[in-house]
Design a binder for this molecule. Structure first.
Ligand code: F6P
Length: 326
C-alpha cells in the first residue's frame, strides 16, 4: 500500500452527540497534512451505494456544536455479505479513497475488521456511542452528553415527584450496559439504580421503598437501564404497584432524546482529540485499531479486543451510588 492521499470517513450504528466534532477533526487534520477527505453517507450503506462526497473546510464549518451526524448513520445488513463488501471496495477505488476512519461502536469495528483483512485496506476507528460500552476508552463520544441529558430530565421530574409525593421510575438507554444509568443516577441522586451488569433483587428495592415511606420521605427517583434483567421500567412499576397500590408511581422512558442535542464541551474535546489522532495514526501506517482515551492518555486498542471485550462497570461507583442513596 502506497502513501495515503485520500481518507474516507463514515459514521455507523446509533448516532451520538459529538460525531460531527469528530468528522470535523478528521477533515481538518487531513487537510493540514495535505490529505483529501471524503464523507461516506449512511454508514456502510453509503460505501455500497456510492454515496460519497468530498468534505472540505467549508463543509465542516459550524458543525462542532451540532448533535446527530451530518454524514447520517445506519446499521448495514448488506455489508455483512461478501457481495456488499466487494461493491463497497469498488466504490472506494472509484473515489480513490485509500484509507478509512470509522466512527461507531463494536458492530462498526467488526465490519471494519473484516473489510480491512479481506482487501488489505487501512482502517482505523473512533468510539461513537452514547452507551459507553466499548473496551479501550474511558468515555465514548456522546456518553457525557447523554448523561447530562438524563440529569437535566430527572431534575425536572424530581420537582414534580416532590410536589406530588410520587415515585418516578425513569428508564434510560443501555441495551447491554448500565453506564448511562449509573453515572446519571449518581448525578441525579437516584434512590436505586438498576443495571444489566448486576442481578436485580426486586425484594430489596421494595423493602427499601417501604422503609423510605415509613420515614416520611414521600418522593423518590429510581433509574432503570433498559437492558436491566428485571425487564425495564414498566415491569418495575407493575411490582411496585402491587406492593404499594396507594402510592403514586409514574414511569418516564427517556428514549432517543438521550441520543440527540448539542454535545457537551467534554464530548467536543474528546471527539476533536480522537479525530486528530486517528488521522495521524493512519498516516503513521497503523491500522485495525480504535483510538481511545484511558486515564487521560490516548490509547490504541486492536479492533479484535474492542469487539470481544465489554468494558466493565466501575464497582466503586456502584458502591458510592448505593451508599449515597441510603
Ligand atoms: O446507541 C445505542 C442505543 O442507544 C441503545 O442503548 C439502544 O438500545 C439502541 O441504541 C436503540 O437504537 P435504535 O432505535 O437506533 O435501534
Amino acid at each position: 500500500m502506497g502513501k495515503i492521499k485520500k481518507i474516507g470517513v463514515l459514521t455507523s450504528g446509533g448516532d451520538s452527540p459529538g460525531m460531527n466534532a469528530a468528522i470535523r477533526a478528521v477533515v481538518k487534520t487531513g487537510l493540514y497534512h495535505k490529505i483529501e477527505v471524503a464523507g461516506i453517507y449512511r454508514g456502510y450503506n453509503g460505501m455500497i451505494s456510492g454515496m460519497i462526497k468530498p468534505l472540505d473546510k467549508l463543509g465542516v464549518e459550524n458543525i462542532i456544536s451540532l448533535g446527530g451526524t451530518i454524514l447520517k448513520s445506519a446499521r448495514s445488513e448488506e455489508f455483512r455479505t461478501e457481495e456488499g463488501r466487494r461493491k463497497a471496495r469498488e466504490n472506494l477505488k472509484k473515489h480513490e479513497i485509500d484509507a478509512l476512519v470509522l466512527i461507531g461502536g463494536d458492530g462498526t469495528f467488526a465490519g471494519g475488521k473484516i473489510f480491512m483483512e479481506e482487501f488489505d485496506f487501512p482502517v482505523t476507528g473512533m468510539p461513537g456511542t452514547v452507551d459507553n460500552d466499548l473496551y479501550g476508552t474511558d468515555y465514548t463520544i456522546g456518553y457525557d452528553t447523554a448523561v447530562n441529558t438524563v440529569v437535566w430530565a430527572v431534575d425536572r421530574l424530581r420537582d414534580t415527584a416532590h410536589s406530588h409525593d410520587r415515585l418516578f421510575i425513569v428508564e434510560v438507554m443501555g441495551r447491554d450496559a448500565g453506564f448511562i444509568a449509573l453515572r446519571s443516577g449518581i448525578a441525579s441522586g437516584a434512590k436505586k439504580i438498576l443495571i444489566p451488569e448486576t442481578k436485580t433483587h426486586i425484594e430489596e428495592l421494595l423493602d427499601r421503598l417501604e422503609k423510605r415511606f415509613s420515614e416520611e420521605e414521600s418522593s423518590a427517583i429510581i433509574i432503570v437501564s433498559e437492558g436491566d434483567d428485571f425487564g425495564g421500567a414498566m415491569e418495575v412499576k407493575k411490582i411496585v404497584n402491587e406492593r404499594f397500590p396507594d402510592y403514586g408511581t409514574r414511569v418516564t422512558i427517556l428514549g432517543h432524546i438521550q441520543r440527540g442535542g448539542s454535545p457537551t464541551a467534554y464530548d467536543r474535546i474528546l471527539a476533536s482529540g480522537l479525530g486528530y489522532q486517528a488521522v495521524l495514526r493512519l498516516l503513521d501506517g497503523k491500522r485495525g485499531e480504535m483510538v481511545g482515551s484511558v486515564n487521560r492518555e490516548i490509547v490504541f486498542t486492536p479492533f479484535e479486543k474492542t469487539i470481544k471485550h465489554h468494558d466493565k462497570i466501575n464497582v466503586e461507583l456502584k458502591k458510592i451510588a448505593e451508599i449515597l442513596a441510603l
